[in-house]
Design a protein around this ligand. Structure first.
Ligand code: MBD
Ligand code: FE
Length: 285
């Protein structure tokens, strides 16, 4: 039996080809994915050449990805998909309970093996000439009771002023601008870092090609990544953004939320840093 390709019944045939040994969730996700992809192709009258260009992009992304580069994720990011999924996850969690510190996307430059450091340590191990040294500190608290969480983990990472994360840049020592901290008996964490600077996402691959084809710039506003965890609390992945940044309203990966915009302020009497940022992380169970 054949059906015309424009006939929606063709799509049902493809979906119904799934066998009984799937999970309900997988069946639902695959059916939705197939339906939307087919509708997209029909609505846009996608040509073979256009489809093949997309396939080539996927293959290119796969080829250039390894443990130091996650191009597939970056492609999703410039298309807003990771931020959309983050928002959906956050909203569902919020509906289940009240609002903690807002989440933001993980992004492609997280490293699972980041070392623990002492509170007050400087994560700037390779210092760029234009470094604006910053003291970042705050507490991790229970969102509802406001009680400090002692021994919570705060992990941070940021790009250097040349726009590169440590694993992208042979000039930076390993784990430069990264660290994991444990909150002290008052629930406090602290470290020295760079005032973050805006930078373009890597644009020498398919993500950059897509941005160029869509006539978009690759810049992200200055940000610091944070993951905060504590026993029995919901793990938090987020980013904070400099209020003074000019890309707040047009982040190339759509990750900015109002509540994550922070103020860097002048710091007095500290030979190590002329700027500081106080940031409390509020976790929920
Ligand atoms: C980044 O630095 C980043 O944080 C995200 C989410 C995507 C691309 C580059
Ligand atoms: Fe980042």
């Amino acid at each position: 039996m054949t059906t015309h390709r424009f006939d929606p019944a063709f799509t049902d045939n493809v979906i119904n080809a799934m066998g009984p040994k799937t999970t309900p969730r997988l069946r639902k996700l695959m059916a939705g994915l197939i339906r939307h992809m087919h509708d997209f192709a029909r609505e846009e009258e996608l040509t073979v050449d256009e489809w093949m260009a997309g396939v080539q992009m996927l293959n290119w992304a796969g080829r250039m990805s390894d443990d130091k580069r996650n191009e597939g994720q970056l492609v999703c990011d410039v298309l807003g998909l990771e931020s959309l999924v983050d928002e959906i996850t956050f909203t569902l969690a919020e509906e289940a309970q009240d609002a903690p510190t807002a989440t933001a996307i993980l992004g492609p430059f997280f490293r699972a093996d980041t070392p623990y450091r002492e509170n007050g340590e400087d994560i700037v191990k390779t210092k760029p000439a234009d470094a604006e040294m910053t003291f970042m500190h705050g507490r991790v608290v229970d969102f509802q009771t406001k009680q400090p969480l002692v021994g919570a983990t705060v992990e941070v990472w940021q790009a250097s002023t040349n726009g590169l994360y440590e694993q992208q840049d042979p000039e930076q020592v390993e784990f430069n601008l990264r660290g994991k901290f444990k909150t002290d008996e008052d629930g406090k964490y602290s470290f020295y870092c760079l005032r973050p600077t805006p930078y373009p996402v890597p644009n020498d691959g398919p993500a950059g090609k897509l941005l160029e084809l869509m006539d978009r710039h690759p810049f992200r506003p200055a940000h610091i990544h944070i993951i905060a965890t504590y026993d029995n609390y919901r793990p938090l992945t987020t980013q904070i953004f400099d209020r003074k940044d000019k890309y707040l309203d047009n982040d190339s990966v759509f990750a900015v939320k109002d509540s994550l915009v922070v103020d860097f302020v002048p710091r007095e009497n500290d030979p190590q840093a002329a700027i500081e940022l106080k940031y409390d992380v509020k976790l929920v169970k």
